[in-house]
Write a protein that binds this ligand. Sequence first.
Ligand code: SF4
Ligand code: ZN
Length: 408
Amino acid sequence: MKHYNCKEELKLIIKDYPFLCKICKKEKALIEIPSQKIKVCKNCYNNFFENRIKKTIEKYKMIKPQDKVGVFLSGGKDSSTLLFVLKKLYPDINLQAIFINLGIRYYSDKLEDLVKNFCKNLEVPLFIYNLPEKEGYRIDDFIFTYFKDKVCSACGAIKRYLFSKIAKELELNVIATGHHLDDTISVMLNLFFQGDFLGIAKLQPSLPPLFPNQVKKIKPLYTTPEKEILYYAILNEIPFENFKCPHANVTPSKKIKELLTKLEDENRQIKYQLLSVFTKKLIPLIKSNYKEEVLSLCIKCGEITSSQDKICSRCKRIELLEKIDNKTLELTKEEFEDYIKNLNSNWVLIDLKNRENLLNESTKKLKRFFKSYRDKHIFLTASEPEIGYLFTLKLRKLNFKAYNIKTV
Ligand code: SF4
Ligand code: ZN
């Protein structure tokens, strides 16, 4: 028996059950299909999973045989599973994998290696876009702006812009994303609580190009629960990240997702019921009552925006980065020795080796520990540079002037 515990709420058990698969009745049952509450063999699990995706693709006419379909890989289970299934279901389609290296230290490069291997084994061409090399900034740089506590929001705007830019560069007709049922429902509910009904209406499984020269966006996993993607990825040995982005936060959508998972124990169809209410009742109502959003092209980058000043959210975020003249977060030992020459004695070097547990403590405790260094430049060393870097990011969020020293 194998237990996988990728996330608290996503537990998976694979074992030889002492009875046959409920679908084929030939092989031994190995795994449960969570949404159906039946135990099946690997083959039947895969067939069930892939057929539902195929049906979604066909129902919404997502892909035409002549399309060039791009899949942006994040290194996570959803986008990698999507690429794997598309390749299996449509072996003759022109598939293109894309990876954006966002320059997140101790994270993006690891993901790039993982994605490279995956695409090589799957024999799908991979295009890599290195953000720091191409555009001269990293997602980490947002720690110097008021987005420090919501880096994901800045990152999302940058990624949306890049999706569109890269799609044009690679002459894609379609972008397929790994948004699944749980994503859709949690975002819908979150927008509902905020009263953003137009936002809800935009959450469609297939979004046609809004302007000429734009691509169609499709979500083939729209009706697939997250848990079943995880099961499929593990069953089929699809590699995916088991490390966390240092900027990942608990967002309202994530909290709603956890709540839905709990509600599912009472009613296993709740997510499908909500999807049906939203798509069949609420979205048509919204569409009949709201005027179409006025869209224009950003005067800086040429991408679509609904902003009245015609400057898109990506360009507004880039303007913030342009105002920062010192983006130093990390130094080698030699760079550090050079750096402190201009700081007089206004700095302190802290070895975190015996205090690394502070990383998991409350913000209050962290603040208390570093309180006396509030006005100083704080240079940190730890047993591993990655740990020092995580401390640096945490302290920067609390407005300390922290830097990581790469000692290893
Ligand atoms: Fe970007 Fe946030 Fe995802 Fe990290 S967790 S890659 S910052 S969206
Ligand atoms: Zn722009």
